[in-house]
Design a protein around this ligand. Structure first.
Ligand code: PXG
Length: 288
């Protein structure tokens, strides 16, 4: 495997960053997880726009243009002969000294891994996931906006560990007000009386690229859609539920906190959304 690292392609075993890199020392950096389907990178421009916005939010100025980063990304896929897979694009604050001060890190680092990812066992895409609500709350936007896709994922990792302690593969995280924010690596949608409902991005979630694709799909399919505060009760009593994310794609949820959702099987609207999503990923995208 060839890794793109600061302008060069290096073997995976040689792809190393410094122990003084603030990405490692403090989680000081930003990243994107991106999918490629049959040689088309799905919504690359949206991912790079979000990367720029995450970087701006943490006052990390990117020394590369969007077109340059897009070029690095496509070239990494070509170098690895990757037509279908998952791309991890990481920008760190770079090498500094043993203090928080990011202004002592003069040069950010960039690396890109073109590989594969399988978040959940394949059978759950047809049978659906049983998930739980965990005690760890999604971080308050006043502390660190969850819209920033930063290298500090401890908030989500804590929730993921709790999910596992409850025997679940994924967890709902509530925001500080107790409303549903999102899952540890996915956004959430419910279907209730024919309407698609998802928490507003301002409710403490990442603005998912897959989520925004689902908003487009709802329009295409003529499904009424609303962004609203959701409680656990709303999800327990929903007709259908599904999660969306670059790594997860679209996955049905059939149980939350021991309560069966709807019929306890993946729903019909979820299936229509998933079918449209599968079509789109093959037709939209940046050809490498
Ligand atoms: N919320 C969070 C907290 C995420 O990390 C999403 C929503 C979905 O966003 P996109 O843009 O991908 O539709 C994410 C992204 C993993 C993993 O290994 C998950 C993500 C990213 C990288 C790795 O579970 N999810």
């Amino acid at each position: 495997m060839k890794i793109f690292l600061d302008g060069k392609f290096v073997d995976a075993a040689e792809a190393r960053i410094s122990v003084f890199d603030h990405g490692l020392l403090y989680g000081d950096g930003v990243f994107e997880g991106i999918r490629i389907y049959q040689g088309n990178i799905f919504r690359l421009d949206e991912h790079l726009e979000r990367l720029e916005q995450s970087a701006k939010a943490i006052l990390l100025s990117l020394p590369w243009s969007r077109a340059e980063i897009a070029g690095f990304t496509c070239e990494t896929c070509r170098q690895n002969g990757l037509a279908d897979g998952y791309i991890r694009l990481v920008v760190t604050r770079g090498v500094g000294d043993l203090g928080l001060s990011p202004w002592l890190c003069p040069v950010p680092s960039i690396f890109i891994i073109a590989s594969k990812i399988a978040l959940y066992p394949a059978e759950h895409y047809t049978t659906g996931l049983a998930i739980v609500t965990v005690p760890t709350r999604r971080i308050n936007p006043a502390a660190l906006p969850p819209t920033v896709k930063s290298l500090n994922y401890l908030n989500n990792i804590m929730a993921k560990i709790e999910a596992r302690q409850f025997g679940a593969l994924e967890a709902i995280m509530l925001n500080d007000q107790g409303y549903v924010a999102e899952c540890t690596g996915d956004n959430i949608f419910i279907v209730y009386k024919g309407e698609l409902i998802t928490p507003a991005a301002s409710q403490g979630a990442l603005r998912g690229i897959t989520r925004s694709a689902i908003l487009d799909i709802a329009q295409e399919l003529g499904l009424p859609l609303r962004q609203a505060d959701l409680t656990r009760y709303d999800v327990w009593n929903a007709d259908e539920c599904f999660l969306t994310g670059t790594a997860a794609e679209v996955i049905p949820v059939v149980k939350l906190d021991g309560r069966e959702i709807g019929t306890g099987r993946p729903g019909e609207i979820t299936a229509r959304v998933l079918a449209s999503f599968r079509r789109r990923v093959l037709t939209e995208g940046t050809r490498i």
